[in-house]
Design a protein around this ligand. Sequence first.
Ligand SMILES: [Zn+2]
Length: 53
Amino acid sequence: MAKKIFFMGAGAFECTICGMKYREKSHADACETWCKEHPNTCDPKIAKKSIQE
Ligand SMILES: [Zn+2]
């Protein structure tokens, strides 16, 4: 389950596997699902929605 975090002044969600951060919980959950099935890769469609640091 994606972890609720506080990032750059607003609530966000973090994939607990790869650590990418998202504003939408559904995106963070989708990232986790991907990370479980495809370790050490990122789905570009999901990664595009991540928050850049
Ligand atoms: Zn991930």
